[in-house]
Write a protein that binds this ligand. Structure first.
Ligand SMILES: [Zn+2]
Length: 168
């Protein structure tokens, strides 16, 4: 019986390592999804919207997403991809220790891991068309992206992220 519990404990620890700790420290990204990024240190108010700054798999899905949207007649523009931690912290401070509206709920964003991008509608009124974002979110979901449109509680219509390394 003791042996049995030991085995269960080892399984739980293994599971934690494989599914929680390794992804958290970016091990899988480092092994399976490493891009040729150069180290950059832009000022925190500078927005990066270059798909090359995403992990290769995220970029691949983002390009499929853009193509699928285009086919559906949805004129999508990428507004932001990779965020430095300095920028995420700077955004987090907005509406808290700095003036402005609260724009983020977290310091731990998938943008800082290069696994997220934000979109808007090209042209005038980039955020006014809710149906546009819904259609985009459905396309993103079909491609395996986690679409902020479907988040309950803190909906983020413009946001898409790739969640798990084993998805693709
Ligand atoms: Zn976002």
């Amino acid at each position: 019986m003791k042996k049995f519990f030991k085995a269960i404990l080892i399984l739980i620890l293994l599971g934690l390592m494989i599914f929680k700790i390794f992804p958290r420290i970016g091990l899988y990204t480092f092994i399976f999804d490493r891009g040729p990024y150069e180290k950059i240190d832009p000022p925190p108010d500078e927005i990066i919207s270059d798909l090359d700054q995403l992990t290769p798999k995220t970029k691949e899905v983002a390009e499929k997403f853009l193509y699928a949207c285009q086919v559906q007649g949805l004129d999508v523009r990428i507004t932001e991809t990779y965020r430095t931690q300095a920028r995420q912290d700077w955004l987090y401070d907005q509406g808290r220790s700095r003036d402005g509206n609260v724009v983020t709920w977290t310091r731990n964003s998938r943008h800082t891991d290069r696994y997220a991008f934000d979109i808007c509608k090209a042209g005038a009124d980039p955020y006014g068309d809710e149906k546009f974002f819904k259609s985009c979110a459905e396309i993103g979901r079909d491609l395996g992206l986690n679409a902020g449109y479907f988040w309950t509680g803190c909906q983020d219509m413009a946001h898409f992220q790739l969640d798990t390394w084993w998805n693709h």
